[in-house]
Design a protein around this ligand. Structure first.
Ligand SMILES: [Zn+2]
Length: 392
């Protein structure tokens, strides 16, 4: 065995224990022994190593009847931290996460200008301050953006009004790992790991905001193709071919499922605040405005048809809906169900994949960014690096 492998292999079981910590709220050492099929002596050895490496802390668990006394497992108070960031049109948000994946110290910054230079400067400053405040503990930044991501770079975003933008200056000159992902895809990761579709091997997430994103999540990982730009389901040609999409293609599904579609159906100008406009139309529909109801029904139909097509394509165990897709479906649940079933191939209709509302709500992208970032922080190599940096 080479020295390099010997250095990391001893962290394999530790990585598994830390993975367990993220997917089980407040676990005890007894849970660990049972669920990971560990002997109690190896659980003692692994948790001891994790405590000494300042990755885990243990405290006596409240006794519950007959069971032997055990301990509650928590992230170590001096353990590694991850910064999860979400860049949206009007604001950026960020939060810290420890090894249990819980978000804390959340901040929201309203953009005084949506220019990439302004957003980059704000985030670079944030990273600098947080590194100073948590000396040595901040190990990675994981960014979710309303943009197409390719090879770790933002390549285009109609939502942000950005062309290609290199976000890596945020962590330049630091030893932080930096990870970038699409916001809707990461929201799907959060649902598949700890949300509506948790414990399914193959999940489909559909998030409507400005357009529709999400895509397929297999074993908790997004299917993003050769360069990371895959999963752009909003640019499937399920729409009107006379309409030009800001992405550069024509007839995109994006244009059929959000506030732009509602405005077209109501013969109004395309709104500047596409999301806010959609919620206003939904409110009018709820109060019985027949034009608004008809517009909402057309959009719900477009949403349900595409959902069925993607179920035929990917054969997911379950589907989760996020963002505007949730109130759209609940505005016309029977219509959604009928169009969805009619769009399925016959063999799917006996037991169609359930379509579930997202569990993480508005925080899905941040939770997903944290989840992918923590994957990087809990590899055997990253744990060995952390251990060496703490004992150097
Ligand atoms: Zn498009």
């Amino acid at each position: 065995m080479s020295a390099g492998i010997a250095r990391t292999v001893r962290w394999r079981a530790a990585a598994e224990v830390l993975g367990y910590l993220r997917h089980h709220p407040r676990p005890t050492r007894a849970d660990l022994v049972r669920d990971l099929h560990l002997s109690s002596s190896s659980a003692t050895e692994i948790t001891g190593r994790l405590r000494r490496a300042r990755l885990l802390s243990e405290e006596p668990a409240p006794t519950s009847g007959r069971g032997r006394p055990t301990t509650l497992l928590r992230p170590h108070p001096d353990g590694p931290l991850l910064l999860a960031i979400e860049v949206r049109h009007e604001q950026s948000r960020w939060a810290l996460a420890g090894l249990d994946g819980q978000l804390h110290d959340m901040h929201t910054h309203q953009h005084s200008s949506p220019d990439p230079e302004h957003v980059l400067a704000t985030l670079t400053d944030t990273v600098r301050q947080l590194r100073h405040r948590h000396s040595g503990r901040l190990r990675a930044a994981s960014l979710a953006a309303a943009a197409t991501v390719r090879n770790g770079q933002l390549v285009q975003s109609a939502t942000l009004g950005w062309g290609p933008v290199d976000m890596s200056p945020i962590t330049a000159g630091t030893d932080l790992s930096f990870i970038v992902g699409n916001d809707a895809t990461l929201a799907g990761v959060a649902e598949a790991r700890t949300g509506a579709t948790a414990n399914t091997r193959t999940a489909l997430h559909l998030l409507v905001d400005v357009g529709i994103g999400g895509g397929l999540i297999a074993d908790g990982r997004p299917w993003t193709g050769a360069t990371g730009a895959g999963g752009e389901i909003g640019h499937l040609p399920l729409g009107d071919f006379t309409l030009h999409c800001p992405c550069g293609a024509t007839g995109c599904w994006d244009l059929e499922v959000d506030g732009r579609a509602l405005a077209r159906h109501l013969r109004q100008d395309s709104p500047t605040d596409i999301r806010g406009y959609a919620y206003r139309v939904l409110a009018h529909a709820a109060s019985g405005d027949t034009d608004a109801v008809a517009a909402v029904h057309r959009v719900v139909t477009a949403l349900a048809r595409g959902t069925a097509g993607l179920v035929n394509t990917h054969d997911p165990t379950a589907v989760s809906l996020g963002g505007l897709a949730v109130p759209l479906r609940s505005a016309a649940p029977h219509l959604f169900e009928t169009v969805y079933r009619n769009g399925l191939m016959t063999f799917h209709r006996q037991q169609p994949p359930p379509v579930l509302d997202a569990a993480h709500g508005d925080l899905g992208a941040l939770h997903g960014a944290a989840a992918i970032g923590l994957d990087h922080l809990t590899t055997e190599t990253a744990l060995a690096d952390w251990h060496d940096s703490r004992t150097a």
